[in-house]
Design a protein around this ligand. Structure first.
Ligand code: NAP
Length: 245
C-alpha cells in the first residue's frame, strides 16, 4: 500500500496562483494530495494552472477571482463563504501574491503606487486571514504561509513600498503566530523564497540571466512541507530559502 500523500484531504488556498511561485506551489500541493483554491485576478490565467493540475491527475481545484488591491473585508468574507459552501473546510492559506511597485527613491515615490503595493502585499494578507480564520481554526492542523523578501529584513535603497510591505509581513506573521499559538491549531510562518526565476524577478533585475536563478518548481516542496502535518509545532518562524533549491 502506498504511503498517504503529505497533503491528503487538505484544502489549501494560494493567492497569486496564476504564475511564478504561486503556480508552482499550487501544482506541488495538488500533487501532494491537496484540493487547491486558486486565487487571483483573472480567470483565464488561473485556468491555465487549473488545467495543469487536472491534467496531472490532481483533485479538481476551485478558482476565486479577486483583485487584492481592493480586498475589502466583505469580499474576503464572501471568499470564506464560498470555501465553506464548496468544501466545508480550509487547512492551508498561502499569501503569495505581491506587487513590486516602483524601484525608485523614496523621495520620488508615488503615494498612489505606495497605497496599491501596501494593499496587495500587506493589507490583503491581513484581511483575508481575518476572514478565513474561523475556517482555519476549525481545521485539526492549519498552516498559514506569508511571503517575505530579503529587502523586508534589511532595507535596500530604491525598493520603496515593496520593501516596507515585506517588513510589515514579517510583523504580521509574528502577531498572528503569537496570538494563535496557545489557543488554536493554526501555525503562521513567513517564507522568503530568495531569488527565483519569475516575471517579478525579471522586472526587478532586467539585466540578470534568468538561468542563473532557481526555478519556482525547485522550492515548492518547502511550502508543501510547511503546509503538512510534518511542520506541526513550527510557528512564528521567518524561513529563508535564499540558499535553497
Ligand atoms: P510573479 O511571478 O510576479 O507573480 C505574482 C502573482 O501575484 C501573480 O499570480 C499575480 O497575478 C499576483 N498578483 C499581483 N497583483 C495582484 C492583485 N492585485 N490581485 C491578485 N493577485 C495579484 O511573482 P513571484 O516572483 O512568483 O512572487 C511570488 C511571491 O514571492 C511574492 O510575494 C514576492 O514578493 C515573493 N518573492 C519573490 C522573489 C523572486 O525572486 N521571484 C524573491 C523574494 C520574494 P496576475 O497573474 O493576475 O498578475
Amino acid at each position: 500500500m502506498s504511503a498517504e500523500k503529505a497533503l491528503a484531504e487538505r484544502v489549501i488556498l494560494i493567492t497569486g496562483a496564476s504564475r511564478g511561485i504561486g503556480r508552482a506551489v499550487a501544482i506541488a500541493s495538488a500533487e501532494a494530495g491537496a484540493t487547491v483554491v486558486l486565487l487571483g485576478r483573472e480567470e483565464a490565467t488561473l485556468g491555465a494552472t487549473y488545467d495543469a493540475i487536472v491534467a496531472a491527475g490532481g483533485a479538481m481545484p476551485a478558482i476565486v477571482t479577486l483583485d487584492l488591491s481592493v480586498a475589502h473585508p466583505e469580499l474576503c468574507q464572501s471568499v470564506a463563504e464560498q470555501i465553506q459552501a464548496t468544501f466545508g473546510r480550509l487547512d492551508g492559506l498561502v499569501h503569495n501574491a505581491a506587487d513590486l511597485g516602483d524601484i525608485t527613491p523614496m523621495e520620488m515615490y508615488d503615494p498612489d503606487t505606495f497605497d496599491r503595493v501596501m494593499n496587495i502585499n500587506l493589507r490583503a494578507p491581513f484581511v483575508l486571514t481575518q476572514a478565513l480564520l474561523p475556517l482555519l481554526k476549525a481545521s485539526p492542523d492549519a498552516s498559514v504561509i506569508m511571503t517575505g523578501s530579503s529587502v523586508g529584513r534589511k532595507a535596500r535603497a530604491f525598493w520603496g513600498a515593496y520593501a516596507l510591505s515585506k517588513f510589515g509581513v514579517e510583523g504580521l506573521t509574528q502577531l498572528f503566530a503569537e496570538e494563535l499559538k496557545n489557543t488554536s491549531n493554526v501555525r503562521v510562518n513567513c517564507v522568503n523564497p530568495g531569488a527565483t526565476r519569475t516575471s517579478m524577478r525579471a522586472s526587478a533585475y532586467p539585466g540578470e540571466n534568468p538561468e542563473s536563478v532557481k526555478t519556482p518548481e525547485s522550492i515548492a516542496h518547502h511550502y508543501v512541507h510547511l503546509l503538512s502535518e510534518a511542520a506541526r509545532g513550527t510557528t512564528g518562524q521567518s524561513i529563508d530559502l535564499t540558499a535553497q533549491s
